[in-house]
Design a protein around this ligand. Structure first.
Ligand SMILES: NC(=O)c1ccc[n+]([C@@H]2O[C@H](COP(=O)([O-])OP(=O)(O)OC[C@H]3O[C@@H](n4cnc5c(N)ncnc54)[C@H](OP(=O)(O)O)[C@@H]3O)[C@@H](O)[C@H]2O)c1
Length: 335
């Protein structure tokens, strides 16, 4: 076991797929967290858009399961989410409200409120991190707390901590990869079954892989926002989504994929970030290349000066995968 035994109190703001999965994971891992890290994690508040439930000694698992089953939090207080973050004594806020890449809200206000109240924040919400990275990191540092966001890029793949922590001492030259599982699924199906784009998209929607409004994914904007997060966190670039050159996948035809295949390639939606380049575009990838992963998988190759190229592959989306990244961020703060 590492460190001293301690109790950590946290709130979960946004109790949907990801927030609910974080709660499930904390209860499922309760004894391992105590045994391996000496941590007793209590969830003292949960909030969705309709209300807030607070129990300062820890909300029981059954109560949270009930909220999960009903897809809503039954409030026991008049506090709204922002007031709860500010007023209820706790150590860390898990912010998992919907991503908004225009304003960053409501997540931005949640994160600002938490950091000002000297609470750590772990988030899966791309909006505030892509739009206000520098300001938020400075506020966290000024208040002596951490803001961590591994779940915003690449789901369960530990890409940000690989670059910032594990590869400390190496210079990161570029990160290139597939950061949108929906697009990768569609291109895989188009290539393997010679399906037209629209058909593969409808199949992805029927399987729950693509959202009912998949425009952010297929336009490449979702990948662009993730590149901005990497640009700011890894390269200190102070970039914003408008700095990314973006091309999506809707123009790709089964014929183009067939031609690529005959020449020993496949077509993938590749995002690349370096000091010189911020770009999302369909690219030819040689068959058998590390970036040639199939289905909903994500992949990223990190190019470094001394460690060479390092590639990680993993499940890039899904509530459980995002929750695994959130749990690992929580442990990096307290364990
Ligand atoms: N799902 C994934 O696989 C995945 C993976 C990585 C990252 N993410 C990111 O993680 C975040 C959450 O995703 P999700 O799939 O869990 O979304 P979701 O299922 O739609 O859940 C969003 C939750 O936020 C709540 N909410 C909305 N506005 C709120 C407000 N003003 N105050 C408090 N709660 C509010 C919603 O409440 P109501 O139900 O009452 O509206 C709901 O409980 C998003 O930013 C997403 O981009 C998701």
């Amino acid at each position: 076991m590492r460190g001293e035994k301690k109790t950590v109190k946290l709130s979960i703001v946004g109790f949907g797929n990801v927030g609910g999965s974080v709660a499930d994971l904390i209860f499922a891992k309760r004894s391992a967290l105590w045994r391996d890290f000496g941590l007793d994690i209590k969830i003292v508040g949960v909030a969705d858009a309709k209300g807030v439930f607070v129990e300062e000694d820890g909300i029981p698992a059954e109560k949270l399961r009930e909220f999960r089953a009903k897809h809503r939090v039954a409030p026991n207080t008049d506090l709204n989410a922002v007031e709860m973050i500010d007023a209820v004594e706790h150590d860390l806020v898990v912010e998992a409200t919907p991503t908004n890449i225009e304003s960053g809200e409501p997540g931005l206000t949640h994160i600002l409120t938490a950091l000002k109240a000297r609470r750590h924040v772990v988030t899966s919400n791309k909006g505030p991190i892509a739009l206000h990275y520098e300001r938020l990191m400075r506020l966290a540092a000024d208040n002596g707390v951490q803001l961590r966001f591994e779940a915003t890029v690449g789901g369960a793949m530990p890409l940000i901590s690989l670059c910032l922590e594990n590869l400390a001492g190496s210079e990161i030259l570029s990160v290139k990869g597939i950061l949108n599982g929906t697009c990768n699924y569609i291109l895989t199906r188009m290539s393997e079954e010679k399906l037209p784009f629209e058909h593969a998209l409808r199949e992805a929607q029927a399987l729950g892989i693509a959202e009912s409004d998949p425009s952010q994914d297929i336009s490449g904007e979702d990948t662009a926002v993730k590149l901005v997060i990497l640009a700011n966190a890894i390269f200190g670039m102070n970039a914003s989504p408008k700095d990314v050159s973006v091309q999506g996948i809707s123009e790709i035809t089964p014929e183009a994929l067939l031609l690529a295949k005959d020449a020993g390639y496949t077509i993938k939606l590749v995002g690349e970030v370096s000091r010189e380049r911020l770009e999302v575009a369909p690219r030819l990838v040689p068959k058998g290349d590390p970036l040639d992963v199939k289905g909903t998988l994500n992949v990223a190759t990190v190019k470094t000066d001394i460690a060479g190229d390092i590639t990680i592959v993993g499940k890039g989306a899904g509530p459980k995968e995002a929750a695994s990244a959130i749990l690992s961020d929580i442990l990096k703060i307290f364990a």
